[in-house]
Design a binder for this molecule. Sequence first.
Ligand SMILES: CC(C)=CCC/C(C)=C/CC/C(C)=C/CC/C(C)=C/COP(=O)(O)OP(=O)(O)O
Ligand SMILES: O=P(O)(O)OC[C@@H](O)CO
Ligand SMILES: [Mg+2]
Length: 253
Amino acid sequence: MEIKIGKVEKRLNEIIEEEGAVYLTLLDPEEENIEEIAEKVKDYADAIMVGGSIGVVNLDEAVKQIKKITKLPIILFPGNVDGLSKYADAVFYMSLMNSSNTYWAITAPTLGAITILKYNLEPIPMAYLCIEPAKKTAVGYVGEIREIPQNKPKIAAMYCLSAKFFGMRWAYLEAGSGAPYPVNNETISLSKKLSGINIIVGGGIRKPEIAYEKVLAGADAIVTGNLLEENPNAVEMMYEAIKKAGKEKLKNR
Ligand SMILES: CC(C)=CCC/C(C)=C/CC/C(C)=C/CC/C(C)=C/COP(=O)(O)OP(=O)(O)O
Ligand SMILES: O=P(O)(O)OC[C@@H](O)CO
Ligand SMILES: [Mg+2]
């Protein structure tokens, strides 16, 4: 059996290979100045994620608006089965593996599967892991998580290895949108070392030097959301830090 990797994922893999890391920017479909943010982000992000954890309205409209502004791939980041739009390119086909409710671990993605097929969206298989302090954020509340502690990097790493054994090619270490602090470097490095799959890190990253150290620790992708809602211009300095760290990481390989 041959497993086909889609266009968007292939492109992300090429960028990771050539530049050491990708920069993903998260846009909330409910954001009012979505066009202004997309306009700024289009020259720096490698792809745009679209999603929100508390209900989704105007998703199709939001995706169409972004599409008018840029040709960058749009990857849906669904907070539930209603987070799907046929106007996007791909979807993080995600299981919240450390939820205490099987709905978030397997039922929601299963209920979305046929829609994904019908909409011709490229599914990118991903373990979504909510790490301390995610419990204090919207995703922790909605996703009913068993929060993974930061002082035990092995637990997160073990989930990443499990994700790999399940055939997932990506794991998202999520501290929660707007988190007071991001996932620590030890958790990132051990997760990467043990699993070897692509590691996405997001939640609470607001400074270029922090993004820089997360990439050096082993992150293949960095996500920022809130920061750009507050200051879309910050995208440039984040981009530079991520790509600088990516280059250094490739050199030290
Ligand atoms: C694959 C399909 C169809 C569904 C998967 C559904 C799953 C597993 C969802 C996991 C639980 C969840 C609520 C995820 C939300 C992820 C997300 C879109 C976060 C975006 O951040 P917000 O939490 O909206 O941030 P703000 O609070 O800053 O708006
Ligand atoms: O909004 P921030 O804190 O950048 O978090 C982004 C992302 O990890 C949320 O899913
Ligand atoms: Mg939101």
